[in-house]
Design a protein around this ligand. Structure first.
Ligand code: NDP
Ligand code: MG
Length: 385
């Protein structure tokens, strides 16, 4: 039986690579649902090629265009965010790949868990915002959450049952500004930030990587995925991105997962788990890995990493506040409305201004997200006082 896969965000960087994995293994996987936000032309092209059961366009204004373009095919066409939540519940779906970006992924992920689908989790923001609720739901519905993020997939691949962990070590490339001074960071542009040295990804996560918020989010994601304490999560800057992350066990043994930087591998592993299946992806050539280097992250130049650790320690709705403020500042940075370093200032202020809730409910997360966006947008427009 082929595994039926719903890809939330099929038009993005992860989504298109997931379709390449499906294309490599037509005997194993089938795209059952494809979704996009705005890129209707690409969604049409994907639907004509992969012939899913259903497609969803989150932006309702694009519904008619999509519907008409696919009218000769027996594909169900839906629009809107509610439709995303409903479509993942379809009975034949085995795996839901959450490859949409940002807080918008939270609700459909919750629906997919309630429907008992295996979650292939790329959308780390869901875990950052509401990891506790997501884990509780996944336990209640006995739904596995399999990591797609390369670091977490690496850790997942290293883990052994009954081998207690001492710590997990997340590697970080350090991004395009790893060696920049504070003075240089003050004037960096979005064009510079969008040039990641090792990975080609969507715009939001590329900016998060340049500011190291991505690594901060991955620290929070690791806590919820692997049940480790904050002091058991270490970040090591490893500019070559050959080691994707490591696990240190209680006896001091360290296991690492290595490979070329290619997201298709962790995507495919989440699809094939617990098996491994062949791939034609590039192989690691050790004769070209002359220098594997490691250094400590600098939280003075990259304050976002410190802010994320702070949010992790405080818990409650604090990571949700950091995520929402970050989504606002990254969108503003991409429109040249805020400087690179100004992003951390706004996030820090939002952490101070939005009311803290120690044990938030889902509704508290929804209101925290909305309130933080309002405050952060105001801070971007009026500046920090
Ligand atoms: P992209 O921006 O490339 O793609 C995002 C996808 O989500 C697109 O299909 C987009 O549709 C859709 N989308 C965006 N906003 C909404 C919304 N509000 N409602 C519904 N759909 C929406 O992102 P990436 O693929 O880079 O990243 C996706 C997720 O995976 C993120 O959470 C990221 O952190 C995570 N991730 C990504 C990695 C990577 O290598 N890219 C690595 C590890 C994790 P449209 O195209 O129509 O705008
Ligand atoms: Mg990652």
């Amino acid at each position: 039986m082929k595994k039926q896969i719903a890809i939330l965000g099929s038009t993005g960087s992860i989504g298109t690579q997931a379709l390449q994995v499906i294309e490599e293994h037509p005997d194993l996987y089938e795209a059952y649902v494809l979704t996009a936000n705005n890129k209707v032309d690409l969604l049409i092209e994907q639907a004509r090629k992969f012939k899913p059961e259903a497609v969803v366009i989150a932006n309702e204004d694009k519904y008619l265009e999509l519907k008409e373009a696919l009218s000769d095919l027996p594909i169900k066409v839906y629009a809107g965010t509610e439709a995303l939540c409903q479509v993942v519940e379809s009975k034949p779906i085995d795996i839901v790949l959450t490859a949409m970006v940002g807080y918008a992924g939270l609700k459909p992920t919750m629906s997919a868990i309630r429907a008992g689908k295996i979650i292939a989790l790329a959308n780390k923001e869901t875990m950052v915002v509401a990891g506790e609720i997501i884990n509780a739901l996944a336990n209640e519905y006995r739904t596995p959450i399999l990591p797609v993020d390369s670091e977490h997939s690496a850790i997942f691949q290293c883990l052994e049952v009954n081998n207690p962990l001492e710590k997990v070590i997340l590697t970080a490339s350090g991004g395009p500004f790893r060696t920049f001074t504070m003075d240089q960071l003050r004037t960096v542009t979005k064009e510079q930030a969008l040039k990641h040295p090792n990975w080609s990804m969507g715009a939001k996560i590329t900016i998060d990587s340049a500011s190291m918020m991505n690594k901060g989010f991955e620290v929070i994601e690791a806590k919820w995925l692997f049940g480790v304490r904050p002091d058991q999560i270490e970040v090591v800057v490893h500019p070559q991105s050959v080691i994707h992350s490591m696990v240190e066990f209680e006896d001091g043994a360290v296991k690492a997962q290595l490979g070329v930087p290619d997201m298709r591998l962790p995507i495919q592993y989440a699809f094939s788990y617990p098996q491994r299946v062949r791939s034609s992806f590039d192989r690691l050539d050790f004769m070209k890995c002359h220098d594997l280097t490691f250094e400590a992250p600098d939280t003075k130049r990259f304050r976002n990493l410190a802010l994320a650790y702070e949010a992790l320690h405080q818990g409650g709705n604090m990571p949700c506040i950091v995520n929402a403020a970050n989504e606002v500042v990254v969108a503003s940075f991409l429109k040249d409305q805020i400087s690179f370093l100004g992003m951390s200032d706004v996030i820090e202020k939002a952490m101070q201004r939005v009311p803290f809730i120690k044990t938030p409910t889902y509704e508290d997360y929804v209101s925290t997200d909305a309130e933080t966006r309002r405050i952060a947008a105001e801070l971007v427009i009026n500046g920090i006082k």
